[in-house]
Write a protein that binds this ligand. Structure first.
Ligand code: FES
Length: 136
C-alpha cells in the first residue's frame, strides 16, 4: 500500500508517515499537531476542515493525503506572520464574527480565496491594517 512521507505545509516540508488514502485532515491533526483545522461533519458539507491546496479551498476531510503530496498546503496556522494576523483574521476579530468559533478557521480559509477573486471581499482587505501577507 502506498505511503506518503512528506507534505509541504505552510511553506515548510514536513515529514509524515501516512497511507496514501488517509484523509489530509487526519494527517494534519494527528501527525502534525495542526489542530486549527477542524473535524465537523466528515462529509464535505460543513467546511470546518477547509484548507488551501495550491491556493484552492479543499475539504481536507474528503481529500486523500496523496492528492496533496507535492502541492502547497496552507492551513489556518499558516496565515499569520509572527504576531501579525492575516487581515481576514483581524476582520473576523473586529466584527466578532466567530460565533462558537469551531468552524472559524474553515470560514477564514474559504474567505481567503474569495478575497483574492472578489471585488467586494477585496474591500475588506483594503480597510484592514497593513500586512506583509496581503497580495499586492
Ligand atoms: S469536516 Fe465538514 S466538510 Fe470536512
Amino acid at each position: 500500500m502506498a505511503r506518503i512521507s512528506s507534505l509541504l505545509i505552510n511553506g515548510a516540508k514536513r515529514p509524515v508517515d501516512a497511507d496514501a488514502q488517509s484523509s489530509l485532515l487526519s494527517v494534519l491533526r494527528e501527525q502534525l499537531d495542526l489542530s486549527g483545522t477542524k473535524y465537523g461533519c466528515g462529509e464535505g458539507q460543513c467546511g470546518a476542515c477547509t484548507v488551501l491546496i495550491d491556493g484552492v479551498p479543499r475539504r481536507s476531510c474528503l481529500t486523500p493525503v496523496a492528492d496533496a503530496e507535492g502541492k502547497a498546503i496552507t492551513t489556518i496556522e499558516g496565515l499569520a506572520h509572527g504576531d501579525h494576523l492575516h487581515p481576514l483574521q483581524e476582520a473576523f476579530l473586529a466584527e466578532e464574527a466567530m460565533q462558537c468559533a469551531y468552524c472559524t478557521s474553515g470560514m477564514i480559509m474559504s474567505a481567503k480565496r474569495s478575497t483574492e477573486t472578489s471585488a467586494a471581499a477585496a474591500r475588506i482587505l483594503a480597510s484592514s491594517p497593513p500586512c506583509s501577507a496581503r497580495p499586492a
